[in-house]
Design a protein around this ligand. Structure first.
Ligand code: NAD
Length: 350
């Protein structure tokens, strides 16, 4: 058996429907008494309602969370945190809001309760990406990881279907890469495989029944597993390419992940036996099966539809080769250019 290190999983997880009501108990469990509730402007009302429910446990609300955690927003949030005399943060929302919670927690050394309302998967990780003067930098540190995560299926019932589909495929990308990660361990591998089973079973029916609590529960369960895997092992080619295409060409994060995943998985399935159990889940072909899942779920399939040109693919394949990073299968610029071409055209990998 391959030797491994299992780092342990330190975050407490509360999962169910209606679990938002347990936020007060979870704060008391952490010994916190003044929580600053964070949301985006779009989820402001939900933040206010939660603060009211928390009563004296809430120090106030801050509803300015924004994509990619801009440092100027964090500075305003820190002022609000200090002015309110807060001793912890509650982040209610998607990856943007949870990112703001992490940015505050790592600077103030306070505890965080994350309550995710998308499947993006920031909540279980020790990763924080922040933007300053248009530059995004990412770091990992134990102080970044939330102490408690509350998953409430009810909060996801109204997540728009298109966003749900892209977000779930974004999560699936964490699971696929966790399976062949250089520091993979049996626990994150088992979690990743079950995540892929859950997402594959639930996602194609979501468009028909977007408020079906069973479907939503399976997707949120899958999202938890994917986030955990992302939080404890290193990512490879897929995440690197998504970062290049998303960052250098300003393409939307979740769409880019969703479109690239079948192609990066297809490229790597011939390079590692680690993906064999994933092939079993997806009817024999990881890349083909993921593409079928994306198509059946109504996900975007073509980079061309995001406005990327073929000339951009040349540049993207150059940029992607600039830094070295782990991947189960070696690659050169032509491999990456071919992979991007297939994703640009939206071809089913076979
Ligand atoms: P988001 O948090 O930016 O949310 C997008 C929009 O959807 C916001 O307006 C939000 O208020 C709204 N929204 C969220 N949940 C909703 C719901 N249930 N119903 C209706 N509207 C809702 O988007 P995201 O995809 O969750 O997160 C993306 C960000 O997370 C990116 O910046 C990405 O880099 C980051 N991320 C970080 C990690 C990490 O480990 N650090 C992991 C994954 C993603």
């Amino acid at each position: 058996m391959t030797p491994f290190v299992f780092p342990g999983i330190s975050t407490r997880v509360v999962f169910g429907e209606g679990t938002l009501a347990q936020t007060g108990d979870e704060l008391r469990r952490l010994g916190a008494s003044h929580a600053l509730v964070l949301t985006t402007p779009e989820q402001d009302a939900a933040g206010e309602t939660l603060a009211k429910q928390l009563g004296d446990l809430a120090a106030g609300t801050f509803a300015e969370a924004a994509m990619h955690t801009p440092v100027e927003v964090t500075a305003r949030a820190l002022d609000a945190y200090d002015a309110a005399g807060a001793d912890c943060v509650v982040a209610l929302g998607g990856g943007s809001t949870i990112g703001l919670g992490k940015a505050i927690a790592t600077r103030r050394g306070c505890d965080q309760v994350a309550i995710p309302t998308t499947y993006a998967g920031s909540e279980m990780t020790d990763i924080l990406g922040e933007t300053e003067n248009g530059e995004k930098t990412t770091r990992r540190d134990p102080s970044i990881r939330p102490e408690t995560v509350i998953y409430d299926v009810a909060l996801t019932l109204d997540l728009p279907v298109d966003m749900s589909v892209k977000s779930a495929l974004n999560a699936a990308a964490h699971a696929v890469e966790a399976i062949y990660a250089p520091d993979a361990n049996p626990v994150t591998t088992l979690m990743s495989l079950d995540a892929l089973r859950a997402i594959k079973a639930a996602l194609p029916d979501l468009r028909k029944s977007p408020r079906d609590a069973q479907i939503r529960a399976r997707l949120l369960y899958g999202a938890w597993l994917c986030s955990t895997a992302l939080g404890y092992v290193a990512m490879s080619l897929h995440h690197k390419l998504a970062h290049v295409v998303g960052g250098s060409f300003d393409m939307p994060h979740a769409n880019t992940h969703a479109i690239l995943l079948p192609h990066t998985a297809h490229f790597n399935e011939t390079g590692t036996a680690a993906l064999d159990p994933v092939a079993e889940i997806f009817g024999g072909s990881v890349g083909g099966g993921l593409w079928d899942l994306a198509e059946a779920s109504g996900a975007p399939l073509r980079l061309a539809d995001l406005g990327l040109s073929e000339a951009d693919l040349d540049r993207a394949s150059e940029i992607a080769l600039k830094n070295e990073y782990e991947n189960p299968r070696p690659f050169d610029q032509k491999d990456i250019r071919d992979l991007l071409q297939a994703a640009w055209e939206g071809r089913r990998p076979d």
